[in-house]
Design a protein around this ligand. Structure first.
Ligand code: ADP
Length: 478
């Protein structure tokens, strides 16, 4: 089997060791062997990015547009094939994976256009004859560290704005799912970028990732992953005054009021909590239901959850794919046990499932009669596990929704304009959904949260400029 290589300074570079990319739907299926970079290759990639930055930061915006537009077009044209690779390595269902690939393509298209719209300000000075202009410039070398749950969309929403605003990139994808980022890199390698503008090194977080965090030539780090690693990123970057941006966990609430369209609310809960196997930082893990509809909602949701079809990510009709790996499966199982010990009522699921092929299959778990102090309502599980909480009224529901260390996404199902407006105002989350699942966002508007979920300026949409540029204020006397 050939080994997929790292991409450094415009060349494909082999390594001494390889990472096996294993299909979670069938652990006998090896998606590929991917070169495992060490510290020295990471340093080579950083050196190349630093060198390329000297000219790329002044590059013509049409050249940037053309490169990003080319990448976006090819991703979109190959979304079925790339979606299959993504579903095979990560375990989300094929339609979900194709949707994620399409989103990655759209993001590159969006930021292609943004290169033509980089704006500044021109102001009068308080001093006679002087003008002031404020412009945005590239930050320099950007280190990008990504997680396994969105193997192409998250790299896309960091790489595209980085390049659009004139930065050079060294990206390290998650060890579990290097295939999609490798395929994206192969497309980028043909987009006409000068050598060193884009570099991709696969390998361990402690080695490749930590090298990116500690190197003074890396001017900014954009990270998505766990809270624990996020703290390391913060500590390393702040120690050397590098810019950083963190997207971490969520414990997202979905409120269901008694005036909600119950079928729509059930759809939002089912999708938000369990689709993509619950492995989304925007997943609706806490369903907060008004007392007068609590029994009806919980009973109906229970029936729907129990009926979800769990299976091979690539098989037709599969609604819920496998969990990504053994470690995540063990974590999910641990939380199911914790929920039971805490006295929550496990309505269904939680057990391991056998399918035709060996894989990390788990029945989606729904806990009722929970309270917000339980660990299953406070800690991010990151799997197909959701809880139902009872609230007596809107205010109590909102206070439960906000009573969390996280603040990424929050939703409400109601037909009352007054209640939804009140919720939009009172929610402490960065993204608020009305009659929609807490997960599933557009590609052209900001993404991010508050409290323990995020740090730094927002990702995506025009707001991404804040992170990927630095502002220069220039004074001139005519
Ligand atoms: P999870 O695997 O639960 O998504 P992690 O935070 O462990 O979350 O991983 C997110 C990304 O951070 C991965 O690419 C991982 O390799 C990387 N990473 C892990 N540890 C470190 C570290 N010490 N320094 C830099 N990156 C790291």
């Amino acid at each position: 089997m050939s080994i997929f290589k790292n991409y450094i300074n415009g060349e494909w570079v082999a390594a001494d060791n390889a990472i096996s990319n294993i299909n979670p739907s069938n652990t006998n299926d090896i998606v590929g062997e991917y070169a495992r970079a060490g510290q020295s290759q990471t340093l080579d990639a950083i050196a190349a990015a630093e060198d390329a930055s000297k000219t790329w930061r002044y590059s013509n915006i049409q050249a940037r547009f053309d490169a990003l537009d080319f990448i976006g077009s090819e991703i979109l044209a190959r979304k079925a094939e790339l979606g299959e690779l993504l579903a095979r390595e990560e375990g989300k269902t094929l339609p979900e994976a194709i949707g994620e690939v399409a989103r990655a393509g759209q993001i590159f298209k969006f930021f292609a256009g943004e290169t033509l719209r980089i704006q500044g300000d021109m102001l009068a000075s308080v001093r006679p004859g002087v003008t002031v202009d404020v412009t945005r410039e590239a930050v320099g070398v950007v280190g990008i560290i990504t997680p396994w749950n969105f193997p192409i969309a998250i790299p896309a929403w960091k790489i595209a704005p980085a390049l659009a605003y004139g930065n050079t990139v060294v990206i390290k994808p998650a060890e579990l799912v290097p295939g999609s980022t490798w395929a994206l890199t192969e497309i980028i390698s043909r987009a006409g970028l000068p050598n060193g503008v884009f570099n991709m090194v696969m390998g361990a977080g402690r080695e490749v990732g930590q090298t990116l965090l500690d190197d003074p030539r890396v001017n900014a780090v954009s990270f998505t992953g766990s809270v624990g690693t996020g703290s390391r990123v913060a500590a390393a970057c702040s120690a050397r005054n590098a810019k950083y941006q963190l997207e971490m966990g969520g414990k997202n609430p979905l409120i269901v009021l008694n005036d909600a369209d119950i079928d729509n609310a059930l759809g939002c809960a089912l999708n938000g909590a369990f689709f993509s196997t619950g492995q989304r930082c925007t997943a609706s893990s806490r369903l907060i239901v008004e007392a007068s509809v609590y029994d009806e909602f919980t009973e109906k949701l229970h029936a729907q959850v129990a009926g979800l079809k769990v299976g091979d990510a690539l098989a037709e009709g599969t609604q819920i794919g496998p969990v990504v790996d053994q470690r995540q499966l063990d974590q999910n199982q641990k939380y199911v046990d914790i929920g039971k010990q805490e006295g929550a009522n496990l309505l269904c699921g939680g057990e391991l499932l056998e399918r035709e092929t060996p894989g990390f299959y788990m029945a989606p778990a729904l806990f009722a009669d929970t309270n917000n102090d339980m660990r299953i309502n406070r800690e991010e599980i990151f799997g197909p596990v959701a809880t139902v909480l009872k609230a007596n009224n809107l205010d109590e529901a909102i206070s439960l929704a906000n009573d969390t260390d996280f603040g990424l996404s929050a939703g409400i199902c109601t037909t009352s304009l007054k209640s939804s407006n009140h919720f939009k105002q009172m929610s402490r989350a960065g993204m608020v959904m009305v009659n929609l699942p807490t997960a599933g966002v557009d590609y052209h508007v900001p993404f991010g949260g508050t409290k323990g979920s995020s740090y730094g300026s927002r990702e995506q949409g025009r707001y991404a400029a804040e992170f990927y540029t630095t502002v220069k204020t220039a004074y001139s006397l005519a």
